[in-house]
Every structure is written in C-alpha cells, then in structure tokens.
Design a protein around this ligand. Structure first.
Ligand SMILES: NC(=O)c1ccc[n+]([C@@H]2O[C@H](COP(=O)([O-])OP(=O)(O)OC[C@H]3O[C@@H](n4cnc5c(N)ncnc54)[C@H](OP(=O)(O)O)[C@@H]3O)[C@@H](O)[C@H]2O)c1
Length: 413
C-alpha cells in the first residue's frame, strides 16, 4: 500500500527513508537522525503518523530488552500498528531457536486478519534467512502487512536483504526510524557482527589514585558491595569473562555471575584464561558451571577470533594490568567500565602498564558515556574516542604590500 503523501512527509520528518517502494526495490538508506518532529497529531489518512511510528519504535526498543543480551542473536522488538495507529500486538525475540520478534508479534494478534494492511515497526531489518526459524520478511508479507519500518539494516551476511524481499512482495519497507537509538541499544551485537570479533569490555576496579592492587598483590576488595553486585549483573549479560594466568593464580577467581547472596544468576558467562601457565587442578574455576577455555597463547586477536567462531559475541576482560594493557595496546577494547573507590593505595599496583604511549599526543583518548555513583564508589563507562579528523589545510593568508615586497626580495637572492 503506497503511503499517502501526507504520511510520507510525516515519515521524512521522523528521520526515515524509503528502502523499497510498492513498485519494486529502491536504494535502502539508514538515517543517522533520531526522533520525529511532527506535531504529534494522530493520522487520519489510514496510515500511522510519524509520532505514532516513533512511539512504536521507542516501545519496540523497550520490548527488545526483554530478550537476552548474550548469544549470537540480537535483541529485537516489534510492534504492529493498525492503519489508525493503534497498537495491535507486540513481540520480542527470546533467544536463538525461538520465534523472531516479528513472528512473535504476529502470533499475539487475536485475529490473524488484523495483520491485513497493518504497519510493522521493528528495531532491526526483518531477516531474510531460513535458519532454525523461517524468514521474517516472508512471514510479514504472508500475513498481509502493508508497510514495515525498521531502525537499522541487518549487517548479517546471511540474514540481510529483508527490505528488498519485502519490496518484491509489494510491502513498503522503510529504514532509519530512530536509527541512532536502535544502534545504541544493540551496540555490542552490531559491533561484533561488523568487526567479526566479540565486543570487548575492559573492566577494572581501582583506588582513586589508579591502583588495582596493593604492593603485596592483594586486591580484594577495593570497591564496596554495590559495585561488586553491579559487576556481577554485567557479567550475567555477556558470553565470556577473560582473565590472564596472573589473575587466575593470584586471586583464584570463580568468574561466575552471582547475586549478593552468592547464588548464581540464570546466565553464566564462559570462563576464559589466557597465558602459558597451567591452571591448578583444585582452582575455583573447576567449579564453574561452564567448561573452562584455556588459551596457551598471548595472541589476543587469535583468541577473539576463536571465541567468535564458537558463538561468543561479547566478552568482559577482568584480567590484571598485564592483560588489560595488552588489550588496550592492541586497540581491542570497545568499552571501558571502571569503578573508582574513595581510597588511596599508592605503590606500583597500577591499573594499566605500558600502553605504547611515548608522549601525551599519543595518549589513548576516550569519550565518557556515563558517570554514576554506585554505593560509595563511582562507575565510569567510556569508549575509545573516534579517530581525529585531519585538520583542513589552513588558508594561505593574503600578503600585505610590505610582505610582498619582502618576498620578492628573498626570491631575488
Ligand atoms: N582490581 C582489579 O580490578 C583487578 C582485576 C584483576 C586482577 N587484579 C590484580 O592484578 C594482579 C595480577 O596482575 P597480572 O597483570 O599478573 O594479571 P593478568 O593480566 O590477569 O595476567 C597476566 C599474565 O597473562 C598472560 N598473558 C596472556 N596474554 C598476554 C598478553 N597478550 N601479553 C602479556 N601477557 C599475557 C601472561 O602469563 P603467562 O606467562 O602464563 O603466559 C601474563 O603474565 C593481582 O594482584 C590481581 O589481584 C586486579
């Protein structure tokens, strides 16, 4: 069903671009812009208004968070809207092997005929791939949906192409609705699929003067119970936790995700130890519910490649300064989560060692995403700053008359 021109103008104000029209596919562009800016007037033209579409996408993002943050599949949410903009059904993806968000939403329609002429709002481009479930693009077209608005295009090699497939079936597919918000909500998964390696979060807990251990090597506990709970909650959202053999031998960590009463959270990240030294038979890691993966190497890209091949999309690096610095030096950190405790330790136990920064202009610049108090401590989340753009060439200043004269004199010498 073509969009009436009024609704199309609404959609353009909402920051979306047509990916495919009813007459066939056109170029699919994802908009970087965010929220719609229309008056919020409900549509009376038989298609949802821009504000209804944007509200549905915000809801779809919230719904997507019901799904698991770990694993090979992204978190996706979907909302089905009637032509008058009212919500018909909602859905989200519950993890690998379960129905995708669009199919989940379709299954919640009281009467399947309600899908005829409906608009689907989905955080990610509907997949075009038959895996353990069928292609969502086919399911939506078969159901009679007339338009699909999505946040960002599917970067997957096998799963992409849903928009073109919808268009071939006469369904209008529009990319870029609240693209920035969607991008942020599934940043680790997107990063992993785009780079072909797991999203790496480097975490440490340090004193205010940047020490992660005292001179005798003790580091438990620098931060308080609230910060430690926060770490466990974050561990419960990733696929794997990585430490070096140094931390494994010094701290004998369990590397589990636990509640404050010590019980295990429902999802446990796989424990990973990197380094040549042997893991002692009686170590706490032997009690981890997931099997230990021990890489006898210092080749971090190779470790990440192998983990990616095994379905790992997000890792938490909780090693000591040696492993942490090696990850930073190799440019393999996507996110920093640093807990700062109001305590001074002094001495040599710094959070990071040599980063290959000979001089301040070479320092690794970060962008702070958030700063939050966590109990008596502070949590800072940061990411590497984007590479600086080369400065445009300075305009050649016009020479004043005396300068021109001087220049001529010099040339004559
Ligand atoms: N406060 C915190 O947040 C925190 C967190 C973790 C640890 N810590 C403290 O940190 C201290 C341990 O520090 P650490 O630096 O020895 O631990 P680490 O970084 O976890 O382990 C270092 C070891 O990892 C191996 N390794 C693996 N990949 C490497 C690479 N690419 N480059 C270099 N080495 C690599 C090497 O051992 P091999 O010789 O076996 O190959 C190396 O000696 C302990 O005191 C611990 O309590 C504090």
């Amino acid at each position: 069903m073509p969009l009436p021109s009024e609704s199309r103008a609404d959609a353009e104000r909402a920051g979306v671009h047509a990916a495919a029209g009813p007459m066939g596919p056109t170029e699919c562009e994802a908009s970087a812009s965010g929220t719609p800016s229309d008056s919020g007037t409900p549509s009376d033209s038989g298609t949802p208004s821009a504000s209804e579409l944007a509200a549905a996408m915000r809801r779809a993002i919230v719904l997507s968070r019901n799904g698991p943050a770990w694993g090979v599949n992204p978190r996706v949410g979907a909302v089905l809207l009637a032509p008058d903009g009212t919500v018909l059904a909602e859905g989200w993806h519950r993890g690998a092997g379960t129905p995708h968000a669009e199919v989940d939403a379709l299954s919640h329609l009281g009467d399947p005929r309600l899908a005829l002429g409906a608009t689907a709002v989905v955080t990610l481009e509907p997949c075009n791939h038959t895996g353990r479930t069928g292609p969502c693009s086919t399911a939506l077209a078969d159901a009679g949906v007339s338009a699909v608005y999505f946040g960002i295009s599917d970067p997957g090699v096998a799963s992409a192409g849903g928009a073109a497939s919808l268009a071939a079936r006469g369904v209008r597919a529009v990319a870029g609705l609240l693209a920035h918000d969607v991008e942020q909500s599934i940043r680790p998964w997107l990063s992993a699929v785009r780079t072909g390696r797991p999203f790496v979060t480097l975490k440490w807990a340090s004193s205010l003067d940047g020490r992660t251990a005292a001179a005798d090597g003790t580091s438990q506990w620098i931060t308080g119970p609230d910060a430690r709970s926060d770490v466990h909650e974050r561990r419960g959202r990733v696929d794997a936790i990585l430490v070096g053999t140094g931390t494994m031998l010094a701290d004998d960590p369990e590397l589990t995700a636990r509640r404050s009463d010590g019980s295990l959270l429902p999802h446990q990240p796989a424990p990973v130890v990197i380094g040549a030294r042997t893991v002692p038979a009686g170590s706490a890691l032997a009690r981890h519910p997931e099997p230990l993966r021990h890489y006898d190497t210092h080749d971090l890209p190779a470790v990440l490649d192998d983990l990616y091949d095994q379905g790992v999309r997000s890792v938490f690096v909780e090693g000591g300064p040696t492993l942490a610095s090696a990850f930073v030096r190799a440019g393999l950190v996507d996110e920093f989560v640093v807990y700062l405790a109001p305590v001074l330790v002094g001495g040599p136990g710094l959070a990071l060692g040599d980063l290959g920064v000979p001089s301040l202009p070479d320092a690794r610049r970060l962008v702070i995403d958030s700063v939050d108090p966590v109990g008596a401590d502070v949590r800072i989340v940061a990411r590497p700053a984007p590479p600086a753009q080369p400065a445009p060439p300075a305009p050649t200043p016009a020479l004043s008359a005396p300068q021109k004269e001087t220049a001529r004199v010099h040339r004559n010498h």
